[in-house]
Design a protein. Structure first.
Length: 752
């Protein structure tokens, strides 16, 4: 919603309507735009051509490119689309010697051609519509003088015609008010529809987020399953290694048993040999050699036994380390089994939760599909009702067109009434002359009879004109009665549409309640619903803040416009008063000067001085002391001195010129400062920017400030000299940023 609001404020202005109205002294061409247009107008080098460039403007499809005005005068609409800019160029072609100008209106531009014409035309995207055909100016025939009774009758008829015109104007005003109320209701309905569509989009986005969260949960489940598979593979590898260790420990145990048996056999042999030795000691010496041999064999066997015991100890140590490794592998296998069991349990729980969530999401999707179908039906009904409202709106547009036509007819009647008033004034003046003649020529009866016959003819003509005016007024009253009947029918249709819309609103409210329940269920299921609600609350608060800021800004703009209007009225009154006083002062001065001239002419001393004075030459007028001749030189020296001082003063003086808010590429120039000053630009608040210029002795500000030229964004530009520096204060809208640019011989302050 915030993005749509910003887009609405930033969107390019589009041309909507061109209103051409002919007047006695000028022709007005009013162009209405959808936004606030920023434009630049300039006279082309070709004579009779005014060019107006509208920044970002565009001509809608179906709009005429060339609009004829009167004679050879016409208006062309040309679009220029570049890589970075877009312009709508308005070319106003007029005859040679005819001047034209352009100025800003509220939401549009007015082009004025200072050449009289007649007719009222409106151009839209569908083409043109001729409200009042232009007619050639027909001079009213000069009527002979009439008497007082005929004049009174004409005045009564004119009064009745004016009353009828006022009544018709009141009817048109009431019809405009009713049509404005209907358009406001249609706008509110459009806003409600846009809000519902935005709500449906948000619901779809929430469903999409829930689907994303579900896909993330499924991804986590897949990762856990892969981890379980890896752990199972590691467990199988550990089992295999444990079996290998067990097999090797069995072989080593058998080898150890064999070595122990060999050692026992050696020990038995040693005991046998010891016994034999003992027998030899008890026997004869024949056995001594054998005993020595046996001792040698015993020593060798002892060495072998030591080697075998060392080897057995070494193998026992290896077997012990292998047994310790097998115990560690058994503990690791038990730990792996416990972890696999826990993962199986968690996987079973997650599977159950996922299945439950899948079931709930399937149910919610089914319910949301039903709600989407119901919402589609409601939207179709609403669009049908909107089409009906569109028909009613078209009828209202037709009524408005007829009202424009009636307004044009009323304007024509007013002009005819003014012409008749002028004729009555002429008739009154002629009647006064005729009365003077009658007073002077009372004896001329024949001329009086002729005057009476002329008055009778004029009275018959006036009666015919009054009858035709009454017929026109009756036709207008019938047309207004028919329009009132059509408006009552349109009101009935609108009331029917309102009842249908109320029923649709009830249906939509029920759908909203059901959707609220479903959203409550989704908030329990989807973990991101709470965050979405928090974001929605933030967006709502931001929207309310933007609405409040927009309302405050609009109120501030309205107050400023009211103050500007009051100031303009006071300025107009003051200017009129000053002009009147200047005129009185000029007339008084003229009278005084004329009286002074008369008194001087009548003065005998002055006449005598004129007679006695003798004209002297330039040389005779000069004195011998040089005062007479040196006076001119002194004057020239003073003039030169004043010129030098003025040049120095102008060098020390800082000239600040308010330029206006005109387009210069992507930037806009606000003010010029002549010379090459040392300036510093700083922003002291959101709505105020200060430009400080050092080394200046005084300041002068040129150019009147017109807020319409600035597009309403720059509010005030004022300069002040204080403590050897000039401070130029620029008051503008909040958020506007300015920057200073040094050009050749001047400093420019531009809008970023």
């Amino acid at each position: 919603m915030i993005i749509s609001l910003l887009f609405m404020f930033v969107a390019d202005p589009g041309l909507q309507q061109v209103h051409v109205e002919g007047r006695s002294q000028a022709t007005h061409i009013d162009l209405s735009f959808s936004g606030r247009p920023t434009f630049q107008a300039f006279q082309s080098q070709a004579e009779g051509l005014l060019v107006v460039d509208v920044v970002g403007g565009k001509r809608p499809a179906g709009f005429p490119e060339r609009i004829p005005l009167h004679g050879d005068a016409h208006l062309r609409l040309v679009e220029h689309v570049g890589s970075r800019t877009r312009l709508l160029r308005l070319e106003l072609h007029t005859a040679k010697g005819v001047s034209s100008s352009a100025r800003a209106l509220r939401g549009g531009i007015r082009l004025e051609v200072r050449q009289g014409s007649k007719g009222l035309r409106v151009f839209q995207a569908s083409g043109s519509r001729l409200v009042e055909p232009p007619s050639s100016k027909v001079e009213a025939p000069r009527s002979p003088p009439v008497d007082d009774s005929n004049v009174k009758g004409l005045e009564l008829a004119l009064k009745k015609e004016r009353q009828e015109t006022n009544r018709l104007r009141q009817l048109i005003g009431s019809f405009r008010r009713h049509s404005g109320e209907r358009t406001a209701e249609l706008r509110s309905l459009d806003e409600n529809l846009s809000e519902r569509r935005a709500q449906s989009k948000r619901r779809k986005a929430e469903l999409k987020a829930a689907g994303k969260s579900l896909s993330e949960v499924e991804k986590k489940i897949r990762l856990r399953r892969q981890e379980i598979v890896k752990l199972q593979a590691a467990e199988a590898d550990a089992k295999r290694r444990l079996d290998q260790v067990k097999g090797s420990s069995k072989d080593r145990g058998a080898e150890l048993n064999r070595l122990e048996l060999v050692e026992l056999a050696h020990r038995a042999e040693i005991t046998r040999l010891v016994r034999e030795e003992m027998d030899l000691e008890q026997g004869d010496t024949a056995y001594l050699a054998r005993m020595a041999k046996l001792q040698l064999s015993v020593k060798s066997l002892a060495k072998k036994q030591k080697k075998l015991t060392a080897k057995a100890a070494k193998r026992a140590n290896v077997l012990k380390s292998r047994e310790q490794e097998a115990a560690g592998l058994k503990a690791e296998q038990a730990r792996y089994r416990r972890r696999i069991k826990e993962l199986d349990q968690r996987h079973a729980k997650i599977d159950k939760g996922v299945q439950a969530k899948d079931k709930e999401l399937e149910q919610l999707r089914g319910k949301l599909d039903v709600l989407d179908r119901e919402l589609g039906v409601a939207i179709a009904r609403y669009e049908k009702a909107q089409k009906g409202l569109g028909k009613a709106q078209n009828e209202e547009a037709d009524f408005e067109n007829r009202a424009v036509a009636l307004r044009a007819r009323i304007a024509k009647l007013v002009r005819d009434t003014a012409d008749r008033e002028a004729q009555h004034g002429q008739a009154n003046r002629r009647l006064g002359k005729q009365r003077a003649r009658i007073k002077k020529l009372t004896a001329s009866v024949a001329s009086a009879r002729n005057d009476a016959q002329r008055a009778g003819v004029q009275l018959a003509r006036a009666r015919k004109a009054v009858a035709s005016t009454e017929q026109r007024a009756a036709a207008l009253s019938q047309e207004f009665a028919r329009l009132e009947a059509l408006s009552s029918k349109a009101k009935g249709r609108l009331s029917e549409f309102e009842t249908k819309l109320a029923a649709q609103r009830k249906v939509v409210q029920a759908l909203r309640e059901r959707l609220a329940k479903q959203q409550a269920g989704l908030s329990k299921v989807a973990p991101g619903a709470k965050a979405a609600k928090v974001n929605l609350a933030k967006l709502k608060r931001e929207k309310q803040r933007l609405k409040a800021a927009l309302k405050a800004t609009q109120k501030r703009i309205d107050n400023r416009q009211k103050n500007v209007a009051v100031t303009r009225r006071d300025l107009v009154k003051t200017k009129a008063e000053v002009g009147r006083l200047n005129a009185d002062l000029a007339s008084l001065k003229r009278r005084q000067s004329s009286q002074l001239d008369r008194t001087q002419e009548l003065n005998p001393k002055r006449q005598l001085k004129r007679k006695t004075s003798v004209k002297k030459t330039r040389k005779e007028r000069l004195h011998s002391n040089g005062f007479g001749g040196a006076q001119g030189a002194i004057t020239s020296e003073r003039v030169a001195k004043h010129k030098v001082e003025g040049a120095k003063k102008s060098d020390r003086q800082t000239l600040v010129k308010r330029v206006g808010y005109r387009p210069v590429g992507p930037e806009r120039v606000v003010i010029h400062v002549q010379g090459k000053p040392k300036a510093k630009l700083k922003q002291i608040s959101e709505t105020t920017t200060l430009l400080e210029i050092r080394g200046a002795r005084s300041v002068k500000t040129n150019g009147s400030l017109n807020t319409r030229r600035f597009g309403g964004r720059i509010h005030r530009i004022s300069s002040r000299y204080k403590q050897g520096r000039v401070r130029v204060r620029i008051t503008h809208e909040s958020g506007l940023r300015l920057k200073s640019v040094h050009k050749k011989g001047r400093l420019e302050v531009r809008v970023r």
